[in-house]
Design a protein around this ligand. Structure first.
Ligand SMILES: Cc1cc2nc3c(=O)[nH]c(=O)nc-3n(C[C@H](O)[C@H](O)[C@H](O)COP(=O)(O)OP(=O)(O)OC[C@H]3O[C@@H](n4cnc5c(N)ncnc54)[C@H](O)[C@@H]3O)c2cc1C
Length: 305
């Protein structure tokens, strides 16, 4: 038996091999994953994770790849995606239970349809509910953790655990959920609000996003975290005169300096060159060491030396 058939025997859906991760990231870059699987249900997911635990097989959970930079060499392990089969959503009396492969946009839209208020500022943030919780996604003063009550996580020991939001350490674009923990389900609680106000608030958030971000181009959102709440990484990069800087097919957005966009044929190396350019120029000019917001996968070394 080889590794592929071992994994295939555990899941109903086909296990893909050498799957280009450029297909699964909004940057549109990234080499192949050795294996890629969409578990059809919790039983399959659990079996795969237990297998990884017992055999020391490396794995990584991907959402919609909207905050992810994958190396040009790809990933020598198993990618697990919940985005096809883990998308159920129940809403009742202000309580929402969502599987985490669901898109965040759908969660926000369904909240709106149910006259529930809280998540409006997140309208337009791409990605899955799972990715949003892991990253503590936020916009215009709201973070997803503000409305989270509880999650279910599974790891490679096969242990299924409920964690209350208070048990998770959330901060700006960060949670204490580890890379081995897969969030499968989340419970939120929202208050009822005025339907017109909720819709207006969503529209406003979308309009602000359209006005300030290059959403018509391939990117992974903000590359760096803001060093302080009153000091934006994009401002610092702009002050260094770097808007429009290019490396191969990658460009520091002319619209928002904290976004690097793929203008068509960028590689991960092109993007890394611009990340380094911005990091070092900001460090030299302001003495500030920017911290990456995007997650990286498949790199042997730190991408900022
Ligand atoms: C145009 C654009 C605009 C953006 N604007 C914003 C913004 O305003 N605010 C903001 O916060 N972000 C923003 N982002 C970044 C991104 O949308 C968020 O970080 C998003 O929440 C990532 O979700 P994802 O499913 O794509 O995760 P991925 O990028 O696939 O993964 C990100 C991390 O989450 C982990 N992960 C994914 N799913 C799970 C799971 N089920 N269990 C455990 N871990 C998991 C991954 O392992 C990885 O570490 C933007 C991105 C783009 C492209």
């Amino acid at each position: 038996m080889n590794l592929l058939s071992d994994i295939q025997n555990l899941v109903a859906n086909p296990v893909l091999t050498n799957e280009p991760l450029a297909r699964h990231t909004t940057y549109g870059v990234g080499g192949p994953a050795q294996f890629y699987v969409n578990p059809a249900n919790r039983k399959d997911l659990l079996q795969v994770l237990e297998f990884c635990g017992k055999t020391n097989q490396q794995y990584f959970i991907i959402g919609h790849g909207t905050n992810l930079l994958v190396s040009d060499q790809g990933y020598a392990g198993l990618i697990i995606s919940l985005a096809k089969s883990f998308k159920s959503l129940e809403i009742s009396a202000g309580k929402i239970i969502a599987e985490t492969g669901l898109s965040l946009r759908r969660l926000v839209r369904e909240s709106l349809h149910n006259n529930l208020t809280g998540l409006e500022s997140l309208a337009g943030v791409p990605g899955t509910v799972g990715g949003a919780i892991k990253m503590n996604a936020g916009a215009f003063g709201t973070e997803i953790s503000n409305f989270l009550v509880e999650v279910e996580v599974i790891d490679e020991t096969g242990l299924i655990k409920s964690l209350s939001a208070a048990e998770i350490d959330f901060s700006y674009r960060r949670s204490s959920i580890t890379n081995g923990q897969i969030i499968t389900r989340a419970r939120f609680e929202l208050a009822y609000g005025d339907p017109d106000q909720i819709k207006d608030h969503c529209d406003l958030a979308n309009d602000k996003r359209i006005a300030s971000q290059p959403i018509d181009k391939r990117s992974a959102g903000s590359v760096f975290k803001n060093p302080r709440s009153d000091l934006a990484a994009g401002y610092l990069i702009d002050q260094c005169g770097l808007k429009g800087s290019k490396s191969g097919g990658a460009e520091i957005s002319t619209k928002h300096a904290n976004f690097i966009v793929n203008t068509g044929n960028a590689t991960a190396s092109d993007i890394i060159a611009l990340i380094n350019l911005a990091y070092h120029k900001v460090k030299k000019q302001f003495g500030i060491e920017l911290e990456l917001e995007i997650k990286t996968l498949g790199f042997a070394e730190r991408i900022i030396p």
